[in-house]
Every structure is written in structure tokens, then in C-alpha cells.
Ligand binder design. Structure first.
Ligand SMILES: Nc1ncnc2c1ncn2[C@@H]1O[C@H](COP(=O)(O)OP(=O)(O)OP(=O)(O)O)[C@@H](O)[C@H]1O
Length: 315
């Protein structure tokens, strides 16, 4: 169930944000964005679109040229320590500590954020991530999937309110990806706000409550995932014909039907959410023209197709 928690104050508020690097390159252009408390927000965009820069500014690692960012109501520049402590970041790789145990490394990370030792919190995190049995194992002995879990555990060790996941499942197998998705959903249910960047659009389709698309440093769209798929998702109907057609009768062209090059298939694109899809009319028109149908199939556009279409429309 999608429990959307809305409070007056967003988890992250980005206002009029611009970033021009020292090279003179403008990586972010007038970004205005609110991330709601308790949502899973997926930030999608092609390489070089500005995702890392945007996340860097929210985390206080990249200084904005212009504009303001509030995390939990606090300014990320003037109240850096406060806002940074509210944020957990999951990097893609485990850096050091290879000979440390799982417990030691996760517990140590909590201390880095100035939080007092709390074994109960660390135990809960390790249990939730199925790492409890491995708590005394050295990192070097863990499988890739378990190491990923340790990364999440480290990012959660100081009980952040906001979790950033940068390409969380890049290069992991399908099974681990499913596990990670479950962990992320559980975190959301516990009130953690999650912002993820991903190249796997399937991941956003599966997990996100809302989707933001960034292109050339601009946010070109922010929308509820279900709404986005409803508004922009089209269905395509393919009608295979008993006998190939040389040309399409005018009555069928008028209905928006297209004939394939080999004349064996008719294609029709429609809005599956509309009250009238037009399919009944279309079948009637085919009958009236004496055209027999061999087979029918439909195809629903995926978020990936929607995304590619959006970016294409911009260029
Ligand atoms: N320190 C920097 N100095 C100058 N230009 C930079 C710097 N960091 C990033 N850029 C440029 O800013 C643009 C946005 O980069 P960014 O890393 O934010 O994109 P991204 O969307 O995260 O890309 P990817 O998906 O490849 O990680 C790119 O054109 C990049 O070359």
C-alpha cells in the first residue's frame, strides 16, 4: 500500500538553485524541487544531466552558485553539520575497513556523525538487513551482495531521516536487486525519505512514488509515477491480417490506423485509460471493409519508453 505522508514541511526544499562550476559550465539551471517526507523519489536523467551535482548540493558537498536548499527546514550551507547528520548516503563501493568486522565498521560510522554509541540501533539495522549472522565476519570475507548491505547499514547507522541511493543496484544480480528493493520499501514504511538515482528505469518503475527527470541541468518533469504512466503511457494494438493489404482504405486511415511496410499488420495507438479506446469502432470498420483478422496483440508502453520519448521531445 502506498502510504503517502504529507506534512507542511518538505524533507528537502530546493529553491532557485544554480550551479556553475569553475570551468564556467552551468551544471544546474534554476532548480526548484520539493521532496516530500516519507516518499521514494527517483531522479532520472542521462549521463551528465546533473544528478550527481544536484545530490552533492543537497548533501552540502557541492556549493550552490545561487539559490537555497533546506533539509528538514535547515539551510545546507549555513547549518551544514545539522543537515548532513540528517542524511545517509549509500555509495557504490566499500572504501576501506576491509579487515574490520561488520559490527565494528557500522558502529564506527555512527560515531563519525557525532551520535552516541547505541548497540540496540546497530543491532536493529543489522537484523533488518539480514546481516546479524555476519556481524563478526570481516568485510573482506563477504560476498558482493553482503558488502552492499553493509554499505546501506553504514549509511543508516546514524539514523538519517533522508537516504540517498546512488545507482543502488548497478551491477548486482536480480535476486539481490529484489532484496534491496524490499529493504528500501521497509525503510520508507519507517518514515525514511528516499532519493535514488538510477539508470535502471525498471527500478524507478518498481519502487518510486514520484519521478523527477533532469536533462541538461534542468528539471523537465516531476510527477507521481502512476500519474506519469497513466498520462503518457500509450497502448499499441497490432492487428495481423489474414491477407496482406496493398493500401489502407481511407476509412481506416481516418481512424488513425497505420499499415506495416509488408502490408500484413495494422497498428493502432491508443490511451488505455480513456473512456473510449476506439477499438470497437475500429473492428467495425475492418468488418465493413471486409478485412479479416488473424490475430491481435497489445503492448503497454513502459516507463523506459516514456522516458526516452520525453528526452527526445526536448532535443
Ligand atoms: N567539478 C566539476 N567541474 C566542472 N564540470 C563538472 C564538474 N563536475 C561535473 N561537471 C559537469 O557537470 C555536468 C553534470 O555532471 P553530473 O556528474 O552532475 O551528471 P550526472 O547526471 O550525475 O551524470 P552520470 O549519470 O554520468 O553520473 C557534466 O557535464 C559534468 O561534466
Amino acid at each position: 500500500m502506498n502510504m503517502q505522508i504529507t506534512t507542511a514541511e518538505p524533507a528537502v526544499a530546493v529553491m532557485g538553485l544554480n550551479k556553475i562550476y569553475d570551468t564556467g559550465f552551468q551544471a544546474l539551471k534554476d532548480i526548484n524541487l520539493d521532496i516530500r517526507v516519507g516518499e521514494i523519489f527517483a531522479l532520472l536523467g542521462p549521463n551528465g544531466a546533473g544528478k550527481t551535482t544536484l545530490i552533492g548540493t543537497i548533501c552540502g558537498m557541492v556549493r550552490p552558485t545561487d539559490g537555497q536548499i533546506l533539509v528538514g527546514g535547515h539551510d545546507v550551507v549555513t547549518e551544514f553539520r545539522k543537515t548532513r547528520a540528517m542524511i545517509g548516503m549509500v555509495p557504490q563501493e566499500l572504501s576501506a575497513d576491509r579487515f574490520e568486522t561488520v559490527w565494528a565498521t557500522v558502529s564506527f560510522t555512527r560515531g563519525l556523525f557525532g551520535k552516541p554509541r547505541n548497540d540496540k540501533v546497530i543491532e536493529k539495522i543489522l537484523r533488518d538487513l539480514s546481516l546479524w549472522d555476519k556481524r563478526n565476519d570481516k568485510l573482506i570475507t563477504l560476498s558482493g551482495g553482503m558488502k552492499r548491505r553493509v554499505l546501506i547499514a553504514k549509511a543508516l547507522s546514524h539514523e538519517p531521516k533522508i537516504l540517498f541511493l546512488d545507482e543502488p543496484t548497478a551491477g548486482v544480480d536480480v535476486e539481490l536487486r529484489r532484496d534491496m528493493w524490499n529493504v528500501v520499501r521497509e525503510l520508507r514504511e519507517n518514515g525514511v525519505t528516499i532519493i535514488l538515482t538510477t539508470h535502471y528505469i525498471e527500478e524507478a518503475e518498481e519502487m518510486a512514488d514520484r519521478i523527477g527527470v533532469i536533462s541538461n541541468g534542468e528539471i523537465i518533469l516531476v510527477e507521481e509515477k502512476t500519474e506519469l504512466m497513466r498520462q503518457l503511457g500509450k497502448k499499441d494494438l497490432a492487428v495481423q491480417l489474414q491477407e496482406p493489404l496493398k493500401a489502407l482504405p481511407q476509412s481506416l486511415t481516418d481512424l488513425g490506423l497505420k499499415l506495416s511496410d509488408d502490408g500484413e499488420e495494422l497498428r493502432y495507438s491508443y490511451d488505455s485509460q480513456a473512456d473510449r479506446t476506439g477499438i470497437a469502432t475500429l473492428i467495425g470498420a475492418l468488418n465493413a471493409e471486409g478485412i479479416s483478422i488473424k490475430d491481435l496483440s497489445t503492448h503497454q508502453s513502459s516507463l523506459e519508453e516514456i522516458f526516452i520519448g520525453l528526452l527526445r521531445d526536448r532535443t
